[in-house]
Design a protein. Structure first.
Length: 553
């Protein structure tokens, strides 16, 4: 075998052989050693060990510090992390809220690195001769690789596309045309969808998850390419969703069943990422959201600094009787497990809905209702071991409903069928009260109830209020009623950025993500923030890469 060098696409793009990440991100596996020629048939345990990096990389992609769970929501209209007066946080997260993106922000480097680490793990396995004869494993690894590329395409659009592990010395990956990348992801998913297993197991991709990913690829096509003239993509999305709905899934009887520490028994989970005590922790939502003293409510042992803040404008969209609010947020006086009021320096710990600002002056320690959506068990580190519901049936229902509404019906289904799908999910949220839960197609096609506009109080605590408020409302948002439903059902599940990019403001070429103001983020004049800047280290390490439009050189 002639002399060659195995290069991971990360090292070619970034210019480093080893990767250093901040916070919880951990990619310690050596993913770039020479591949030995294998001739023996691998045992089941050997196969599991060989493909383990493909699975484990996805944990970091989703829950790693600055990972996709953060990047999708912290730049959206539902929640963010302000400067917490007397605590800290803000300087890292304020630019995400304000869409003041730049190529040196850690969020972008981490998401670039983590997803390409997953790509590289897949390329390595697919180059192993002992693996290539196992069609089931090959199909699953190809599906995972397409998933990692889907994420990269969604976040950065203009990315290198490489599907091999071994390259000549000095090789650098080319930046692919977005259509080329889209077509490749589509072809890969279509090729392996029905070769992946039908059995649904936590952490292992199945054929229904592949159809779900194809559906998401089609659903987002027109928003990604900024052209909604060809609506056939929505029909393709419905066709894939129908394959998912044929699977062994049903809506869980309770909303919370999808956010327990162990979600393997929820019939709603199409694809889930398992987390475990000691060996695979990482969900830090409780640690991010709860005030340090607030831990006494659950007696959980992990750190807590109370960084997260949910925007009142979003909370105001919940309807009376919607139980999703009750199991997602906690407000008011907080009580310890023994029933006693929690005090902080002799003052009652009371979470308030109203906020001051993201950074001027910021938010005070008690401000904001707090997230309790993910299960917090007594004595646990928080939510660290909670599984991730990556794809679930409610999302499939909403995606199909969206496409039916955008098409005005498809094949033998109508807009009324779209409303029935959304109503089915809402029935659970409203305790099966049809009077409250039922929505119509016209309501879903109407405006959003979100009162968009700038809304901050620049006065310091103890001073007279000094509100800065602009009124933009949500009546001009296409399918605004459905957009509201997406937010309430999937808040803190890494959905919101993509949804806001997909929903447009009527009579303009702007979407909600860029074209609307909320809290301290102001409306933008163009849509370059639809995609994030390519990380500076990637650009420095690969002369073939060009920065995305709107972000300089």
């Amino acid at each position: 075998m002639k002399s060659i060098i195995n290069k991971i696409i990360l090292s070619a793009a970034i210019g480093t052989a080893g990767l250093a990440f901040s916070g919880c991100t951990n990619l310690d596996e050596t993913l770039y050693q020479d591949i030995a020629s294998e001739t023996h048939t691998m045992s089941e345990s050997e196969l599991e060990a060989t493909i383990a990096p493909v699975y484990s990389s996805l944990r970091d992609v989703y829950w790693g510090w600055f990972g996709m769970s953060d990047i999708m929501d912290m730049s959206s209209d539902v929640w963010g992390v302000p400067n917490r007066i007397g605590i800290g946080w803000g300087d890292l997260y304020i630019p995400m809220h304000k869409h003041d993106f730049n190529s040196e922000m850690g969020f972008f480097e981490v998401n670039w690195n983590n997803n390409f680490a997953g790509v590289n793990a897949c390329n390595k396995i697919l180059a192993n001769e002992a693996i290539t004869s196992n069609k089931d494993i090959v199909a699953q690894v190809r599906a995972y690789r397409a998933l990692y590329y889907y994420n990269l395409f969604d976040l950065f659009r203009n990315i290198p596309l490489d599907t091999t592990f071994v390259h000549e010395s000095g090789w650098l990956p080319d930046q692919a045309d977005p259509k080329t990348t889209f077509d490749w992801i589509e072809s890969e998913l279509k090729a392996v969808a029905d070769e992946c297993p039908s059995k649904v197991e936590m952490g292992k991709i199945n054929k229904y998850a592949v159809h779900m990913l194809l559906a998401k690829l089609y659903l987002n096509h027109n928003a990604w390419f900024k052209d909604d003239n060809d609506k056939s993509w929505y029909g393709k999305c419905i066709d894939e969703i129908n394959e998912v709905i044929k699977g062994p899934f049903s809506l869980a009887s309770t909303y919370s069943a999808n956010f327990m520490e162990d979600i393997s028994s929820s019939p709603e989970i199409i694809f889930g990422i398992p987390f475990e005590n000691k060996y695979a922790g990482g969900n830090y939502m409780a640690n991010l959201w709860q005030h340090n003293a607030g831990r006494a409510r659950w007696n959980f042992s992990g750190w807590a600094t109370g960084g997260g803040a949910v925007f009142p404008q979003f909370l105001d969209t919940y309807e009376k009787g919607d139980t999703r609010y009750d199991v997602t947020w906690t407000a008011g006086q907080q009580y310890a497990m023994d029933g006693s009021a929690i005090l902080v320096d002799g003052e009652p710990l009371v979470y308030t809905r109203e906020l001051h600002s993201i950074d001027n002056p910021g938010c005070y320690p008690f401000e904001s209702e707090r997230l309790i959506k993910y299960e917090i068990k007594s004595g646990d580190f928080g939510t660290s071991y909670d599984d991730v519901p990556y794809f679930r049936l409610a999302d499939a229902y909403y995606m199909k409903a969206e496409c039916l509404l955008r098409l005005g019906g498809y094949k033998d289904e109508t807009e009324d069928d779209a409303a029935k799908l959304v109503t089915a999910v809402r029935m659970r949220a409203f305790n099966n009260d049809a009077t409250l839960a039922t929505v119509t197609a016209e309501q879903l096609k109407g405006g959003s109830s979100y009162n968009y506009g700038h809304r901050e109080n620049t006065a310091k605590q103890g001073e007279p209020d000094n509100w800065v408020i602009t009124e933009e409302g949500g009546a001009d948002i296409e399918l605004g009623g459905l957009l509201d439903e997406y937010a309430k059902e999937f808040v803190c599940e890494g959905h919101r950025r993509d949804d806001l990019i997909r929903f447009n403001i009527k009579g303009t070429n702007m979407n909600v993500y860029c074209g609307k103001s909320w809290f301290c983020k102001d409306a933008e004049t163009d849509r370059h923030c639809d995609i994030f800047p390519i990380p500076k280290k990637a650009l420095d390490g690969n002369s073939k890469l060009k920065q995305n439009p709107g972000y300089g050189s």
